[in-house]
Write a protein that binds this ligand. Structure first.
Ligand SMILES: Nc1ncnc2c1ncn2[C@@H]1O[C@H](COP(=O)(O)OP(=O)(O)OP(=O)(O)O)[C@@H](O)[C@H]1O
Ligand SMILES: O=P(O)(O)OC[C@@]1(O)O[C@H](CO)[C@@H](O)[C@@H]1O
Length: 317
């Protein structure tokens, strides 16, 4: 079956989540438990979309040395595997989950160093999946060896084929992508507050300042701008409206990949050509649903829909 969504992850990771009672810098900790999940932003997005029943392909790279955990996930979720195998092993990122804090401390490693021509190979693989037109989702950091404009190059390729893109990245690769001329910009972006502040070059603590930065991106030609704000919800902007979507009250198991689940929900809404409010509900429902469980997985669709329906939507003021 042709995939309706292709996600690209150029710097995947095995997430080693270590559960602690508390986290005290400099102290010796006895862990309560540990788990290993195949991750990386695009792979997490794909896993959530697969749980939602969307035929999805994964592209990008995987280190040949430890690809088994990823392959097991792809098989379990029926994800079409188009990841290029490269020499070496995919990085392991440490996620410290402290029971008394309710948040996660991330230690993300740099990852593999790729040969510069790796992007050409990934581009060719992705381009071969362009008919019929899928949604292309570009996520995460770039590994060493790839230029900061790597996502921008894939966006330019997609634009040349009329393929809509969703982008979730940070720092210089985000800046390079957002500097593209309007026709090559992604259809949607999902920075978190910190990523948007880095792009804007100023703090965005004030509601007005955050809205101005999101609207500036929208005015440049990005149809949907979503700024995720952790427990405070997310700002959703299109040409007509700006909405705050607040998740229902819930107990948080692991926040790792909540943003990726939100991107998956945004994609699911785009596939249905949903309006801004419906998109905000579904994206928040996906994120809230993921929070109850470790790894990138959604509960049954009925539970996601219940969370989407109980998401509080307000005009952003
Ligand atoms: N502690 C929380 N309580 C309730 N909802 C949360 C919480 N953390 C995240 N969310 C939901 O998940 C969405 C995405 O979270 P967040 O803003 O942390 O994304 P992110 O920074 O991209 O995360 P990551 O990089 O770990 O995927 C939020 O907009 C919100 O709807
Ligand atoms: O280093 P990047 O690419 O910015 O982020 C990688 C990462 O933190 O993103 C996912 C959560 O969003 C995790 O699975 C993974 O470890």
């Amino acid at each position: 079956m042709n995939p309706r969504v292709i996600t690209v992850t150029l710097n995947p990771a095995i997430d080693e989540t270590v559960e602690l009672e508390h986290l005290i810098p400099g102290a010796v900790h006895r862990a309560l438990g540990v788990r290993f999940d195949a991750g990386g932003k695009g792979i997490n997005v794909a896993a959530c979309l697969a749980d939602w029943g969307v035929p999805t392909a994964v592209a990008g790279v995987l280190g040949r040395g430890n690809a088994e955990l990823f392959e097991a996930l792809f098989n379990a979720k029926h994800l079409q595997d188009h990841c290029l195998r490269v020499p070496g092993s995919t990085r392991t990122n440490i996620k410290l989950l402290a029971d008394d804090r309710g948040d996660t401390t991330d230690i993300n490693l740099p990852g593999l160093t790729l040969a510069p021509d790796t992007l050409d190979a990934v581009s060719a693989t992705v381009q071969a999946l362009f008919a019929p037109q899928p949604l292309l989702v570009l996520c995460g950091s770039l590994p060493r060896g790839l230029a900061d404009n790597s996502w921008a190059r894939l966006l330019t390729l997609a634009a040349a084929h009329g393929v809509r893109c969703v982008l979730d990245t940070s720092e210089a690769p985000l800046a390079a992508a957002l500097a593209l001329p309007a026709p090559q910009l992604p259809y949607a972006v999902k920075p978190n507050r910190h990523e948007l502040e880095t792009w804007a070059g100023r703090p965005l603590g004030e509601r007005g300042a955050l809205l101005d930065a999101a609207c500036a991106l929208q005015a440049r030609g990005i149809a949907r701008v979503v700024v995720s704000l952790g427990a405070d919800g997310a700002l959703f902007v299109d040409a007509a409206r700006a909405l705050l979507a607040r998740p229902p009250h819930l107990s948080v198991g692991s926040s790792v990949g909540a943003g990726d689940a939100m991107v998956a929900g945004l994609c699911a809404a785009l596939l249905e050509e949903a309006d801004l409010e419906t998109s905000a509900r579904l994206a928040t429902g996906f994120a809230a649903a993921k929070l109850s469980r470790p790894g990138a997985q959604l509960p049954a669709a009925a539970e996601v829909r219940r969370l989407a329906a109980t998401t509080v939507i307000e005009a952003w003021r």
